[in-house]
Write a protein that binds this ligand. Structure first.
Ligand code: GRG
Length: 291
């Protein structure tokens, strides 16, 4: 059931992105940009935005520009993550990585362009929210993508290779690398629905926890998953000496940690009752997923 919903959301977001990109000027970077953002991907961050919107009575048309922006940033991060100077991965979403298909310099520039497109999307006149809300969205999203978020987390991820790091350091790195973008996915609908500051903060924290859960599941898949299902190389973390929770605690304790985190997230959603049904199911999917 939830898989069908994720697929449906993914299609809506892909259609939006296709039509947005088809209106862009026809530059040499447009093909690698489309390849990076449109070919495959679960679009799970978009599904979180959409399901959090349901908690606050927001429909898809109010949120689609946000979904597009978040998927552009996510895809940029994957294109750069796969580069030879980063994690050097040749396969992504079951296809050649963008730099393998288009060359390294083009992949860097397509990634940069996806990052800036995200902010352009938020400023689009058809995204009908107030200018003040747009400024707040841009402020948060830019800090979550930069050195205090994704890029900073990636720097730590690379720096921590072949080092012994404690639990707090690992969690801090995972939250920056993955959690901050999920934070945005939960915070932004609360801001657009004009929820009070306390509620916005709660949604930010909930998003970070969901992002951490997502990253832990990603680490489990690296150990126990298959290349066929995940569409990317597996068993890389141990080879590269990555600092993960699994390396620190072992599989059994890491599983327990993830289960506790999931229970905690689900208990925070109880107050929303039936409105949280879809988000509940996504949180369950995140830990059970095979891809
Ligand atoms: C700034 C030069 C420069 C590089 C930055 C931003 C970055 C490099 C790396 C991002 C870190 C990263 C890739 C974190 C992993 C997050 C993660 C679990 C990605 C997989 O997400 P899924 O499973 O992917 O949602 P799909 O393919 O489904 O979209």
């Amino acid at each position: 059931m939830i898989l069908k919903r994720l697929e449906k959301n993914g299609k809506s977001v892909n259609n939006f992105l296709k039509s947005y990109l088809n209106k862009e000027k026809k530059t040499a970077l447009l093909s690698p940009i489309k390849y990076g953002v449109l070919s495959g991907g679960k679009k799970v961050r978009s599904s979180i935005i959409i399901s959090v919107g349901k908690l606050f009575g927001l429909n898809l048309s109010k949120l689609i520009y946000l979904c597009g922006a978040v998927e552009c940033i996510h895809s940029y991060s994957l294109i750069h993550d796969d580069l030879p100077c980063m994690d050097n991965d040749k396969t992504r979403r079951g296809k050649p990585s963008t730099h393998v298909k288009f060359g390294e310099s083009t992949a860097v520039l397509a990634g940069n362009s996806l990052l800036t497109l995200a902010f352009e999307m938020i400023t689009n006149k058809n995204f009908k929210v107030s200018p003040l809300i747009k400024i707040k969205l841009i402020k948060n999203l830019s800090s979550y993508a930069g050195h205090t978020g994704i890029a900073g987390g990636q720097e730590l991820d690379l720096r921590y290779e072949k080092q012994k790091k404690n639990l707090n350091q690992i969690i801090d790195m995972q939250i920056k690398k993955t959690g901050k973008l999920f934070n945005f996915c939960c915070y932004a609908p609360a801001l657009i629905a004009r929820k009070n500051f306390q509620e916005q903060k709660k949604m930010s924290k909930l998003g970070e926890d969901i992002g951490l859960l997502f990253q832990l599941a990603d680490d489990f898949l690296d150990v126990k998953g298959s290349k066929k299902n995940t569409g990317k190389s597996i068993k890389k973390d141990e080879k590269k000496g990555k600092s993960t929770l699994i390396k620190n605690l072992g599989i059994k304790k890491s599983n327990k940690y993830a289960k506790n985190l999931q229970t905690n997230i689900l208990s925070k959603l109880k107050k929303h009752g039936k409105k949280a049904e879809e988000l509940n199911n996504i949180v369950k999917f995140i830990l059970e997923r095979k891809f």
